[in-house]
Every structure is written in C-alpha cells, then in structure tokens.
Design a protein around this ligand. Structure first.
Ligand code: CS2
Length: 491
C-alpha cells in the first residue's frame, strides 16, 4: 500500500493515464458557490457539472462544501486538497475521473461564523443545497416550516450561530443585505416537489419570524429556482475504497461510486449569474414541475417501494430485488398502470423509453445500492414519492393496489422487526415514535390506524379516506400473512 500515492494536487500528474484529471490549474479558482450538505450525491452530480464548466475556462465557480453535521467528508478530502474520484460503473466496466471543483471544506458546527462569512463574500453567487428531506425542518405533508423543530427554535434564539441550513441561509442573506452585497441565488437540489418554492417557503417564513422586513426582502429579492436532479449514488463502502486503490492505483479516502446516467433540469433564474452548466448536459427550462413529478413518482416512488418490499423479502441491494421473482413485473405494472396516468404531459418526451431505462438502471449489477439505505427517512419521503400519487388516483376514482403495497411495506418495516423476527435498524426522524405507536399492535387494521395518526406524513385527508385505509389494510394484511416475497410473486 505504501507505494500507492494518496490523491492530492501533488500526485495528480503521476496518476495512471486511464484516470481523467482536472485540466486546469486549481490555484486560480475563485469561490462562486457554497454548497450545504457536501455528501456523495452532490459530489457525483452538481460538482461534476461544475468541474466541466471550470475546465472550460470559467474559474469563477469553485465550490466551498459545508458539512452541517459530521467532519467525515472534510477529514477525508482535506488531505487530498478537496480532490476525489468518481467511479462510473455498469456491467461494462469502470471509468475513473478526478473532480477538482471543490476547493474548500468546512464543518459548520466547528466554526459557524466562518461558514457565514464565506457565504457573505461578494464573489459567492450561488448557495446550493443537498440537505435531504429532513434538512428542510418542515412538515412534509404541508411543505411548511416546522416551527416547533428544535433546530429552528435554536436558530431563532441564536441567529448569529445557527445549526440548521435554514438558519445559515437567512443569517448570511441578512449580513449581505446589511453590507449592500446583492443576495446569492438559492439552489435546492433535493428530491422534493417544487424544491425551490418549498425552500423559499421555509426560508421566508423563518426570516419573517426573525424580522418582518428581512422576510419581505428575501421574498422580493432572492431567486429560488427549482431543479430536478437525478443520479443513483450508493453510499461509499470500504470495499469501494479498496476497489479504487486496486483498479486505479491511487489511495482516495472518499471516492464516489455511481452510474453512467446523470440528469439535471433547472429553472433558469440566476440574477447574479451561473456556470454554463447547459454546455455539459444540464437542461434549462421555464418550469421544472412536470420533470420533477415524473422523476419523484416514477424513480423515487419505485425505489422506495422496491426498498421496503425488497428488504422485507431479505434482499440487500436494488439489483438483487430486481432479479427476484415477480419484482420487475410488479414495478413495471406499478409504473405503467398506477403512476403514469397521474403525470402531467411532457410533450415530445418519450416516457416509455424513460421508464424502460429506469428499470435498466435499477438492474445495474455493478452498483451495490442497499435497500436499507433507500429505506431511510421514509416518513419524509413517502408524501412526495407515493402519497401524492395515491391522492391523484383517488381523485380519478382509479385503483392503486401496488402503491398501497408500497405504503404497507413501509408500515411493516417501521414496526422495527423483520419477517424472521430480527430487529430492523430503522433510521428516520420519527423512528422512535413509530416504534412506540406500533408496539403491541399485531393486526393490519391496528398498525394502519396507529401510523395514520402521523398527520405530518399523511395529512388530514388520507386518514379519513375509507378507500385509502381499506387498500392499505388489505395490502398489509397480505404482507403479514404471506411475507413480502410471496406477496409480490403472487401479485
Ligand atoms: C433514493 C435516491 O435513497 C433514496 O431515497 O431513492 O437517493 C435516488 O437514488 C436518487 O434520487 C436518484 O436520483
């Protein structure tokens, strides 16, 4: 191992020729973007498009990445000068590319003041976010700020030393305003419907709780374009690190494993400028809503359904699930019969090809995307992935047995015990509450009744809807009686 170089500016020129490396001098990079939530997804997606824009000689768009919680990413990438490898994998072999767009890494809890001051720099034109659904501190059913959220309470009481992304954004905008610096554009890259609008709602609400004037200023002056982002990026494992060292001949403490596919659709509203991402595969549109719904419902809705049913049936990865009896057919029928009729039209878009490609992507044998990873935070994901689709079906008086099965599988999963009686490590902000609600409940109607009490997930309408309740009870009854594998095979 000692002879294998660690990735860094100094070792770039000695890397194996098969690895694509930045073709620009990184010293000249300016900070144009601050990214909150510097996880694997950002590094496989926006940072790659931005690396292309920089390589085309636009040095204004270096990224400072901020971790809102743990120092892991900074600790791994700082000794590498922010460099990391993206390994693109499918059945046909791996391709390696080193990304140079991340020029600095900060850990917010260590030095919130530093983060705020970087966000307030005049050169920073964009603050982008991948903070996951729960990072928005909102109620998913209502898409409105959760004013009782402990982080929000903290940040309202300590505006100069925030802990939530919302608190950072609002304090940085307030400082820019005070100093006469134009605001940055806020770019949400999370899997939420109308993510720009949702971010605007929570940010302006939080700001007006601080100060009505500030709230009005942000409402009037700050741009919040919505986006649809898509690339499947499993969490990196030690086996991935070893694979990279072996295959690419370099030590990288935090490489990214991903698929060849990547898509980014963005509303073109950047008053302070932006990188020319459209030259490198991004699509700019006036309204992203139809793309976002298509992606959330078809990709993420199917993903969550495969994750819960697949986990219960004993499968570790999505590609394992797709190979198991009945699952591929189940998901194809769910897409075609239950989801597609709810989507707004996208003229000229080949939806059939899109869906076929999605199923191919789920089958990618080289990506070890764990069902357990996708199963995380279901309480924050279900509304936009499955429940809104079900609302459309109910409105159209149309059946939705497979969507109901997805919800039932989530309910079965969050009880915290699997089909063989083993504990499930349920990761979700509501995990404890859900465990408590379902404790001692054994029958489908009892479990359904208990979980429908989560109004922040189900709203007021669905718990009162007999068609919904009956469909989920029936699906859960089948899962409890026959198990997930047999239920799917027989559907
Ligand atoms: C997945 C997504 O973990 C999950 O919930 O459904 O991360 C999915 O892989 C991405 O949205 C794909 O673009």
């Amino acid at each position: 191992m000692s002879s294998t170089p660690r990735l860094s500016n100094a070792s770039l020129s000695s890397l194996d020729a098969q690895i694509q490396v930045p073709n620009y001098t990184r010293d000249g990079l300016q900070t144009g973007i601050v990214h909150l939530g510097i996880g694997a997804f950002h590094r496989a997606h926006q940072a790659v498009y931005t690396d292309d824009a920089i390589a085309a000689d636009d040095m204004r768009w270096g990224i400072v990445g901020v971790s809102l919680r743990s120092p892991g990413t900074r600790d791994a990438l700082q000794p590498q000068d922010g460099l990391y490898t993206v390994a693109t994998r499918d059945g046909g072999g791996d391709r390696f590319r080193v990304i140079g767009s991340i020029m600095g890494l900060l850990v917010a809890p260590e030095d919130p003041e530093r983060v705020l001051e970087v966000m307030a720099e005049p050169d920073v034109k964009i603050v982008s976010l991948t903070i996951t659904e729960k990072g928005y501190c909102y109620s998913p059913a209502a898409a409105a700020l959760d004013e009782a959220h402990p982080d929000i309470i903290h940040d309202l009481a300590n505006p100069g030393a925030p802990i939530s992304a919302i608190g950072f954004v609002v304090e940085a905008l307030a400082r820019r305003r005070e100093r006469g610096i134009p605001p940055f554009t806020l770019l949400s890259c999370d899997n939420l419907p109308a993510n720009g609008e949702t971010l605007k709602n929570v940010v302006t609400r939080f700001a007006s709780l601080r100060d009505a004037e500030l709230g009005r200023y942000i409402t009037d002056e700050v741009a919040f374009p919505s986006t649809m982002v898509d690339r499947i990026v499993p969490a990196t494992t030690d086996a991935d690190r070893e694979l990279l060292t072996k295959a690419a001949g370099v030590v990288d403490e935090w490489p990214i494993m991903t698929e060849p596919f990547s898509q980014w659709v963005i509303e073109d509203h950047f008053p302070s400028g932006r990188p020319a991402w459209e030259k490198f595969g991004a699509t700019f549109v006036d309204d992203v809503a139809a793309f976002e719904l298509m992606k959330l419902r078809l990709l993420n809705g199917s993903h969550s359904t495969l994750a819960y049913l697949g986990y219960l049936a004993g499968h570790e990865t999505v590609s394992d699930v797709m190979r198991a009896e009945g699952f591929a057919g189940f998901i194809e029928t769910m897409m075609d019969e239950e989801i597609t009729p709810t989507l707004p039209p996208l003229p000229g878009f080949d939806l059939a090809a899109y869906k076929a490609q999605l199923r191919e992507r789920f089958r990618n044998p080289a990506l070890r995307h764990r069902t357990w990873q996708i199963a995380m935070d279901g309480s924050q994901k279900l509304p936009q992935r499955l429940l809104n689709t079900i609302r459309s079906r109910i409105e159209a008086e149309a059946p939705f047995p497979r969507l109901a099965m997805g919800i039932a599988a989530w309910m079965r999963y969050v009880t915290g015990t699997d089909e063989r009686g083993q504990a499930i490590d349920v990761r979700d902000p509501l995990a404890e509450e859900m465990k408590r609600l379902t404790a001692q409940k054994a029958s489908a109607p009892d479990i359904v009744a208990a979980l429908l009490g989560l109004r922040q997930v189900f709203g007021e309408d669905l718990p009162a809807n007999v068609i919904f309740r009956t469909a989920v009870e029936e699906a859960l009854g089948r899962l409890l009686e026959s198990g997930a594998a047999r239920t799917v095979a027989a559907t």
